[in-house]
Ligand binder design. Structure first.
Ligand code: C2E
Ligand code: MG
Ligand code: MG
Ligand code: MG
Length: 287
């Protein structure tokens, strides 16, 4: 195959690429082992509404590598995608998140919160995806109406009709959708209107400089306005300062996620209980 030959040619002749290919294939083997040996876990980052009430959380995968320690998703998700390991990893994430979502229903602090799960394009396009989500919901007993899938605009670049059909199937199960990192991709407004979406998430890169960069401020306001006119909730992500929060709030943003309000944590219930308790009290006093 021409593609295979092309890759081998690069591998053979360019030492820099050769080195990089070696590192990548080691990391790929590590990923495979990591999946087998249970080195992955989830963190949950809460999302809050305009009144400051927790309304949901996003599940974020973490990998504890035996020698390298915590490897951030940015360093392994792309490789998981290109190698196809995102399929078993994505299945693991979906199952773990749905199990947790089910457990949340047992406690006042977490009952009714939505669980957002990141789904990569390759995972979503896999022919078994809908059936797998359905099976996981069934097996875990998680309420489908509280499961939200975060997809990105890149998903819509190819076979939009197929993607939309698949989204509708999931929507019928009760699952909802958010577009992640909105504004960084190439969404066509015509598609946006056809998608069964409930949320747009303003990318963190626009929130970061919203007070100092008038272009970013304009983008943030535009996304909020667009969301409003399409009847979608808009979530601001990467909110780190009270000023960013105030800006988004004053322009009509519906929900907020970021270090200012809460970091990703292993136990959301503990984090939410600690948040509402008076200073000096610990959550364990109440449980
Ligand atoms: P994302 O889905 O846009 O997730 C938000 C990222 O922003 C997370 O990074 C989160 O920790 C970080 N973040 C949240 N609040 C703040 C803040 O106030 N300031 C800053 N500087 N960062 C903040 P994380 O966990 O490193 O994940 C990075 C990306 O990796 C995610 O971006 C998502 O695209 C991907 N990812 C994470 N978990 C999964 C997963 O289970 N499956 C897939 N396919 N992708 C995942
Ligand atoms: Mg996300
Ligand atoms: Mg995002
Ligand atoms: Mg992102």
């Amino acid at each position: 195959q021409a593609k295979e030959a092309g890759r081998n040619t690069l591998r053979f002749f360019d030492p820099v690429i050769q080195q990089r290919v070696r590192e990548q294939s080691e990391l790929e083997a590590d990923l495979r082992r990591g999946l087998r040996d249970g080195q992955f876990s989830l963190r949950y980052q809460a999302q809050f509404d305009r009144e400051g009430r927790a309304v949901g959380a996003e599940a974020l995968v973490r990998w504890r590598h035996p020698f390298k320690g915590m490897v951030p998703p940015a360093d392994f998700i792309p490789l998981a995608e290109s190698s196809g390991l995102i399929l078993p990893l994505g299945r693991w994430v979906m199952r773990a998140a749905c199990r947790e979502l089910k457990a949340w229903q047992l406690h006042d602090a977490t009952r009714g919160l939505t669980m957002a799960v990141n789904v990569s394009a390759r995972q979503f396009r896999h022919s078994d995806f809908v059936a797998e989500v359905e099976a996981v919901l069934h097996e875990t007993g998680a309420p489908p109406s509280l499961l939200k899938l975060e997809i990105t605009e890149s998903l819509l670049l190819e076979d939009a009709d197929e993607v939309i059909a698949r989204m509708r199937c999931l929507r019928q199960l009760g699952v909802s959708f958010a577009i992640d990192d909105f504004g960084t991709g190439y969404s066509s407004l015509a598609y946006l209107k056809r998608l069964p979406l409930s949320q747009l998430k303003i990318d963190r890169s626009f929130v970061r400089d919203v007070l100092t960069d008038s272009n970013d401020a304009a983008i943030a306001r535009t996304v909020i306005g667009l969301g409003r006119s399409l009847g979608l909730q808009v979530v601001g992500e990467g909110v780190e300062t009270a000023e960013q929060h105030a800006f988004l709030l004053s322009h009509g943003c519906d929900a907020f996620q970021g270090f200012l309000l809460g970091k990703p944590v292993p136990d959301l219930r503990d984090a939410l209980l600690a948040r509402t308790l008076p200073a000096g009290t610990t959550a364990s006093v109440l449980s």
